[in-house]
Design a protein around this ligand. Sequence first.
Ligand code: NAD
Length: 367
Amino acid sequence: MTLSFTHETRAGRVLFGAGLAVENVVAEVQRLGAARVMVVTSGSQAALARSLADVIPVALTWTDVVQHVPLETAARARRAATEAGIDVVVAVGGGSTTGLAKAIALTTGIPIVAVPTTYAGSEATDVWGLTEDGRKTTGSDPRVLPVAIVYDAQLTRDLPVGLSVASGLNAIAHCVDSLWAPRADPINAALATEGIRALAAGLRAVVATADDADGRDRALLGTYLAATAFASAGSGLHHKICHVLGGTYGLPHAETHAVVLPYVAAFTLPAAPAAERRLADALGASTGLGGLESLRRDLHAPTALRDHGFSESDIPEAARLIVSAVPPSHPRPVTEAVLRVLLRAAWAGTPADDFAHSADLEAAVNL
Ligand code: NAD
């Protein structure tokens, strides 16, 4: 076997430890020499944000956080950060909170210390996203990559089990899509494979006991591995589909990823033997799809897009919007007809294996 590839590793510090969030944020703020900190947070994370105000120089606390970062929300936060002379943003929360911090960093260059409380993984990527008039735009820029990530599994103990599962499957989707994404290589594949192992074990433990400390730790570690693999490998078919579903139809991020993943896997794995071997091996199953479906059953994962706000009548338009974004390097040709069948199965919650062997898919592939 000969190997030839170019791999880029993104910079960043990771401070990992349950119960150490405050201590580690203080250390990072001091290391950066910050004098005027903006804390971005929302909902249940406000308590940690309040306790930070006692130990770091907080000049501004910002709680106006909206999923998929509407442009006007970003503009208000950027203005406030500039007017307050902020030198570091500390983002405490899920992907939406990190996303707003990234929007601030994108135009101001203010460094971010991220304290994630879900398994979205945005903290370990240089990808930003903004939404305007129902269209989500994303891009990558080194300025938005947090300079430090503080992982504290205690902050995820109150994440409801259903949301933990959906968010964790979003992280597993980062891993699986990385296996065939445009810049997939043996380094990010290794990260992705280990990420799947850690997330599968962690999520099974969390579903058994919501505050299982070891399970929460493993899920968070898997989150980082997954996001690092994804940031390096780029967006594959799965992310292109979910991007349109979230940005254009307002579907919830984590649940959409959780539902769509088995359909993309069922369609792609037959044409991607190395990914098939890695996924099956990481999940301890005889086939990749079998392992994924068994994990999803154990986790009581979300099953149908129609339960999350997607209408059957939107399928043709969504397929049209997605097809032009599909990476040409995808292991199996993806047409609008294929996407219509895939989205219909995901909308209805058809078992992924039935979809993969359906007459409808065969007809679409042969069109
Ligand atoms: P989210 O940040 O919107 O959080 C979902 C809900 O969970 C919110 O109500 C939040 O307040 C609550 N929550 C968060 N942490 C909690 C905790 N520990 N306990 C209890 N409740 C908690 O959702 P998300 O799935 O984390 O992030 C989705 C967003 O992140 C999307 O906009 C998506 O595009 C973006 N994202 C970006 C990247 C990237 O690389 N740029 C990667 C993944 C996700």
